[in-house]
Design a protein around this ligand. Structure first.
Ligand SMILES: *[C@@H]1O[C@H](CO)[C@@H](O)[C@H](O)[C@H]1NC(C)=O
Ligand SMILES: *[C@@H]1O[C@H](CO)[C@@H](O)[C@H](O)[C@H]1NC(C)=O
Ligand SMILES: *[C@@H]1O[C@H](CO)[C@@H](O)[C@H](O)[C@H]1NC(C)=O
Length: 385
């Protein structure tokens, strides 16, 4: 594998970038590349393109209707179109971030403008940590530690990557959500899952610390989404006890409280890292609240269906764990942009676009992403009407 170095491909890429940037305008001082880590909220094709060695099961996002809205074919993204990482790249004038394990640009292994290590299904904790607790990852064995190892392999030594990383922005996550998702959906108690939240959070923080050692100067570290609003959890925990649901949104209160606990601890850990590294910009991305506003005022964003999956196998939330989106018995809605949930555990492109807008232009990053680096807003089109 050729490292990010000085191949002809890289030289050509740089040339093209210079030409494009010259047309777009002055981008001096902003990021030349995006480096991604995480799970299916950010995977732009790793699990799909390397399913033989990474996947424990059929890659659900490898068939239509995954990708139908934007790419018109499956790319391995768990949505009908682009993800938050794609909207961040677009807004910064960068190409969509290439998966580490090859993607659209077959054979072009130049990572000059970005590389994405995120793998759908990945957990923050190592597989052994989960196995010891009886938590099964039927999707992949990849953890954040493996993603960091791949990163270190292409960097080889910290000094070799320093210059590249100084002009890069790292998206660290979302990661850790699956550690909880698997545990909850396999019957582990809230108390048990709560007990390992601090370990998940310190694992994310030490990955950030490690990257800073390699020369990263700007990172975005997202919290988790409101999983209490996801059809996947709503179906599993369905109950006739109305007081378990938020009357305004229909989301499950205790699950969202759980996520807020994780997000609180993560932010405290980021505060500690900021003290340790005063010259590094560590941005918290509040995915939770950026998404929550879609559930509390859906019509403002063109959504008329908040808790049912657009694509799924039926049931009260159109989510059936035995009939995945894309399988022959599943159905897909006509208008994905009027749904928040795409397949029960992932969001539609429309929802990701609004969340991205809230991160890039709104109040949901702290400190705010430097506005001078944002060349365009995610284009918003309300519904298909
Ligand atoms: C994941 O780990 C399990 C248990 O160690 C192993 O049997 C399986 O082959 C691994 N899967 C992959 C894709 O490496
Ligand atoms: C219903 O849920 C509420 C909130 O979680 C709980 O306090 C209450 O005990 C539950 N009621 C029943 C009958 O389980
Ligand atoms: C929701 O919005 C879509 C797109 O505008 C429309 O086609 C659909 O009929 C609406 N559904 C309901 C239940 O209002």
């Amino acid at each position: 594998m050729s490292a990010m170095g000085f191949s002809l491909g890289t030289a050509i890429t740089y040339y093209i970038v210079l030409v494009v940037f010259a047309l777009v305008g002055d981008v001096a001082g902003c990021y030349k590349s995006i480096v991604g880590f995480g799970d299916s909220l950010s995977d732009t094709g790793n699990l799909f393109h390397n399913s033989k060695s990474l996947s424990n099961s059929f890659v659900k996002s490898s068939v239509l209707p995954y990708g139908e809205t934007f790419f018109h074919h499956p790319t391995g993204r768990y949505s009908d179109g682009r993800l938050i990482i794609d909207f961040i790249a677009e807004s910064m004038g960068l190409p969509l971030v290439q998966p580490y394990f090859g993607g659209e640009s077959n054979g072009d292994r130049s990572f000059a403008e970005g590389v994405n290590f995120a793998v759908a299904g990945a957990t923050a904790m190592d597989i052994s940590f989960l196995t010891e607790r009886g938590i099964i990852n039927s999707c992949t064995n990849v953890s954040l530690g493996n993603e960091l190892d791949w990163f270190k392999q292409i960097c080889q030594t910290p000094s070799r990557c320093k210059e590249y990383l100084e002009s890069s922005i790292v998206l660290m996550g979302e990661i850790g959500g699956n550690d909880y998702n698997y545990a909850f959906s396999q019957g582990h108690s809230k108390e048990e899952v709560l007990s390992f939240v601090p370990k998940v959070v310190t694992t994310i923080a030490s990955a950030v610390n490690e990257l800073i050692k390699y020369g990263v100067q700007t990172l975005i570290v997202p919290g988790d989404l409101p999983i209490g609003c996801s059809p996947y959890h709503l179906s599993y925990f369905i109950t006739s006890n109305a007081s378990e649901y938020d009357p305004q949104t229909g989301c499950m209160t205790w699950l969202n409280d759980f996520v807020e606990y994780h997000n609180e601890l993560l932010q405290e850990e980021l505060d500690r890292l900021r003290e340790l590294h005063p010259h590094t910009t560590i941005i918290y991305a509040d995915y939770y609240n950026a998404a929550m506003k879609l559930y509390t005022s859906p019509s403002n964003y063109g959504f008329n269906n908040t808790l049912e999956a657009c694509c799924g196998g039926g049931g009260p939330y159109n989510y059936d764990p035995d009939v995945n989106c894309g399988s022959p018995l599943s159905t897909v809605c006509d208008s994905p942009s009027s749904y928040i949930s795409w397949d029960g555990s992932h969001l539609t492109e429309a929802a990701y676009r609004w969340i991205s807008d809230g991160l890039l232009n709104g109040p949901y990053t702290s400190p705010q992403i430097n506005g001078e680096c944002i060349l365009s807003r995610p284009k918003i089109k309300i519904s298909d009407s």
